[in-house]
Ligand binder design. Structure first.
Ligand code: BEZ
Length: 386
């Protein structure tokens, strides 16, 4: 009897030691982001934001240290499946964080679904990720392409514009933003006369700007981001259009770009789930810490990276770092309220943020909020069956 008690105690001690050991092993986070090409700055800002939150939390999430693995996805959908498999199969990461480009994120979502790897999308808006491809293990800390497009359309119609032209890159982010804009604008009584597009990441805008000048719409809605947005806004201004045809867009058009766009961006109005001058203790603290850590101003991409880490932290804290308790971890992530620099937000059933969209105007080197364009906007999650 005594021998039996002793061996039971020994087994219990071993189990405790093994569990504690497992808890102490760092959680492997795979960052799949663009570190080169037109979206390189966006990738770096997301990584910075993610790491800032981890640092603020003592270098751990839910008591687990974090080990990073990185892949430069080059915003190249054709390489995305191979790239994500480097993280899933070669590095055997626990969590995937990525990416910026919608086409890359679609491949990541498929691979995450197949392998049941936890995925947090910290930017790419591809509607399908939280639509037909939605899954228990897929989360987004950013937006769906439909959301800022729709909010921009609502505002453009409220401003009394009737005839709009759109211009974007011809891939999911562009086409879905334009679709969202059209829905919001036409609901408010406007009409989209013509959709212009060019392949990603082409920046030869001249012929399209000539067409806008000839058609003289009341307003132009644009989707571009990163290096392409810098060039577009400068070309629009140089073509003499900024003063004659108001330029609007999803806020990516002027986010993280103002230093390079300079005077060409002044007065451009956009809709987005973040603005630089949100005077809250949460945003002020975040911007101060980000500037101290990286000697750069925070932007929406940094916020989304920061919130991806917050989301993972909420899940890990609920299970005290025990990643094997996946159901409880996912449930905590899905039901948490994220205290974001953008303002508090929750997730819809498809795990996409339900959040306020601000109307912003470029003033100096800031995207200043001029008020809320659409409050608590939820993506319709069309095609998601969860
Ligand atoms: C996208 O591809 O989904 C995207 C890229 C940059 C900014 C916003 C969206």
């Amino acid at each position: 009897m005594q021998t039996l008690t002793r061996s039971v105690l020994a087994m219990a001690a071993l189990a405790t030691a093994t569990f504690a050991g497992a808890q102490q092993a760092p959680l492997k986070v795979g960052l799949m982001l663009p570190y080169s090409g037109t979206y390189a700055a966006l990738g770096h800002a997301i990584e910075n934001g993610f790491k800032l939150y981890v640092q603020e939390s003592g270098g751990k999430l839910g008591g687990r240290e974090i080990q990073y693995f990185k892949v430069d996805d080059e915003s190249e959908p054709a390489k995305a499946t191979d790239n994500v498999n480097k993280l899933i199969k070669r590095d055997q990461v626990d969590v995937l964080v990525g990416s910026v480009h919608s086409g890359v994120a679609l491949a990541m979502a498929r691979a995450a679904k197949e392998s049941n790897t936890l995925l947090i999308v910290p930017n790419a808006g591809a509607d399908a990720v939280t639509g037909p491809l939605c899954a228990a293990n897929i989360f987004r800390s950013s937006f769906s392409n439909w959301q800022p497009g729709y909010a921009s359309g609502v505002v453009a119609a409220q401003k009394g514009h009737k005839r709009a032209m759109t211009i974007s890159w011809n891939y999911a982010a562009g086409t879905e933003s334009v679709k969202g804009f059209t829905e919001g604008f036409e609901k408010g009584g406007g009409k989209v006369m013509k959709e212009l597009s060019l392949p990603f990441p082409n920046v030869e805008f001249q012929a399209l700007l000539t067409e806008i000048a000839a058609q003289k719409p009341d307003v132009v809605f644009a989707f571009f981001a990163g290096g392409g947005a810098v060039k577009f806004v400068k070309d629009y201004d140089a073509a003499g259009l900024r003063k004659t045809v108001p330029l609007m867009g999803s806020g990516f058009l002027t986010d993280g770009t103002l230093e390079a766009q300079g005077s060409a961006a002044q007065g451009v109005m956009t809709a987005l789930h973040y603005a630089d001058n949100l005077e809250t203790p949460r945003n002020n603290g975040f911007r101060k810490n980000y500037a101290l850590a990286y000697k750069a101003n925070a932007d929406v991409y940094a916020v989304q990276g920061y919130d991806a880490a917050q989301m993972l932290g909420a899940g890990l804290s609920a299970v005290k770092g025990d990643f094997k308790q996946r159901d409880a971890l996912v449930k905590a992530m899905a039901t948490t309220t994220i205290d974001s620099p953008r303002g508090k937000f929750t997730l819809n059933a498809a795990h996409n943020p339900v959040q306020d969209f601000y109307l912003r105007e470029v003033v100096g080197k800031n995207n200043e909020s001029k008020g809320i364009a659409v409050k608590a906007l939820a993506d319709p999650a069309r095609g998601c069956k969860l």
